[in-house]
Design a binder for this molecule. Sequence first.
Ligand code: NLE
Ligand code: FE2
Length: 298
Amino acid sequence: MFEEGQYFAPVTANEDGALEVHLGADHPGFADPEYRARRDALATLANNWRPGTPAPIAPYTDDEHRVWQVVSEALVTKHRSYACREFLDGKESLGLPIDHIPQLAEVSEWLAPLTGYRYQPAAGLVPLREFYGSLADKAFWSTQYVRHHSVPLYTPEPDVLHEVVGHGNTLANPRFTALYELAGQASRRVQSADALEFVSKVFWFTLEFGVLWEAGELKAYGAGILSSPGEIEAFRGMNIRPLDVATMGTQVYDITDYQDVLYVAESFAQVEDVVGGFWADCTDDSIAAILARTPAHA
Ligand code: NLE
Ligand code: FE2
């Protein structure tokens, strides 16, 4: 998913319609001209995509397929140990390849009979309202580029591994997609920027970085943990707090590092009740009332 921050590289267009992605000096691909050319090419491809058509075919290089394979292989046993049941069920139904990057168009075809969600290619940062709103139409805005080969275990910047391994396996399970749809509907219902930000923070601490108890063990259900072979080994040692919408919606966080504050649900059903229930009913007024009594906390 997309949040504003230093890792969301600005994208500009040349006169000929080609896009240029401006990586920051601290980005691992900054000094790698080949990587930068790949980022520009994939952004341009996404930019030429037209709604209602399948996502464009990204011609990945062997090196890019290798990064996917390294991460996917590392995640096989880590998912078995640390992913919640509902994610593992989705993963089994979707059956993503391990040895090569699937195309977004293929993943959409595989999701069609499972939940009907489909991937739309994003050239750069998608505005919050657009990103979340599309979820209500079962459409998921997604990057297509691959993280730099020097940082396979963790990147703060969402890449195709995060979108497809992290989110895709959840988008294959109807219990998860019911939550994505509710988040999308909530984002369309609220008008104020504050309320939208609140909805997106609840998303961040649940569908991106949520954890839950399963038979006495702490498991992850958030896509951001489940796409990172590094963070998935670290989340159990973080500051684990009880699930609470008011707290999650006002929590300040840093997108550039492992999340050190996480919110735990007693079960997947509690996520559905508490978080799904919040998204199902929230309005500008109900969120304003929560904000009035809950100061932002670091
Ligand atoms: N940190 C995640 C990963 O390395 O896959 C991506 C998170 C994007 C919000
Ligand atoms: Fe995400």
